[in-house]
Design a protein around this ligand. Structure first.
Ligand code: ZN
Length: 307
């Protein structure tokens, strides 16, 4: 965070002429997620991009709806999973946070060298997106991974699986000491009636703008990013701003529900061990269970006690 540009994580929705844009600054929540899961740089960048993508995908959902993005390209990172809700909360994890790959050669715009996200994600697998809406069954779609860089994969997913032409940009800048210097992203969708001149303007802007992590490092907030993306558009309408945070909705009660799905044998083993510790996969929170609690859970699980 840089002095006068000290901004909290936030997402801004805007429209201009025949284009819709969402942009987000996610530096703090990515830092939070990366710390919780002790991610090395490749995992930090992959998790940060996926969580930011999930928040952008959630932005046009209704309250109480949710979206899950799962990236699995067959690479060393395993799966990268993020859940987000339109209220601005996201949680996520990566199967193997300690993957370590050498950075690609440094360039002028990337003096630390580019983190090899695609090398960790792999290019042989799927992006799967599940939307939890008011319908009884969630809607799941998937598309092949095309680059392993995540933003391109989400753009391709929207085009092929949801028939929505769009452009997704995601960036996470990781410092030498593993601190997150900046993180954020954007999602642009030309509306169905968008004119050729709007598309051309957008394409030109996308070619010339800085990477999103650089814009944020330089102090731009989400509205500033939108104004860069929409240079040359007459009227930009800022529709809303939402605060963002890493937040998991796990609870001891939910973990108990999971424990009760274990077999009688497994529950008996836990009781014999005399205690159990269950770690939430999404946020790393540890839940302790005493012998008495495990006995009670086993008895409920076996139908001996009716609560
Ligand atoms: Zn949790």
């Amino acid at each position: 965070m840089k002095g006068e540009f000290d901004t909290k994580d936030h997402l801004v929705k805007a429209t201009a002429e025949d284009v819709r844009v969402f942009a987000a600054v996610t530096t703090d929540l990515v830092r939070d997620g990366v710390k919780r899961h002790d991610c090395y740089p490749v995992a930090a960048a992959a998790l940060g991009r996926t969580m930011t993508g999930a928040l952008l995908f959630a932005a046009n959902l209704k309250n109480k709806e949710a979206v899950t993005i799962k990236i699995n390209g067959g690479g060393a990172l395993g799966s990268i999973v993020a859940d987000a809700v339109p209220e601005g909360f996201v949680r996520g994890y990566v199967t193997n946070p300690h993957v370590d790959l050498p950075a690609k050669s440094p360039t002028e715009s990337n003096p630390h060298g580019k983190i090899d996200v695609a090398g960790g994600v792999g290019r042989n697998g799927l992006v799967t997106v599940t939307r939890f809406t008011g319908l009884k069954k969630p809607i799941t779609g998937s598309a092949e991974i095309v680059s392993g860089e995540i933003a391109e994969d989400l753009t391709n997913y929207l085009a092929t699986s949801e028939q929505t032409p769009s452009s997704v940009g995601l960036g996470v800048l990781v410092g030498k000491d593993l601190d997150i210097i900046s993180a954020g992203g954007f999602l642009i969708q030309p509306l169905p009636n968008a004119s050729d001149s709007s598309i051309t303007k957008l394409e030109n802007n996308l070619k010339t703008i800085d990477p999103v992590s650089t814009m944020i490092e330089n102090g731009l907030d989400a509205e500033g990013i939108i104004r860069e993306l929409l240079k040359g558009f007459d009227q930009i309408n800022i529709l809303s701003t939402t605060d963002l945070a890493f937040r998991c909705h796990c609870s001891k009660r939910r973990i108990e529900d999971t424990l009760m799905t274990l077999t009688e044998k497994d529950l008996n083993n836990l009781v014999e061990d005399g205690k159990a510790e269950v770690v939430c996969q999404f946020c790393g929170k540890k839940y302790q269970f005493s012998k008495e609690e495990l006995v009670a859970l086993r008895n409920v699980g076996l139908g001996k006690v009716h609560l």
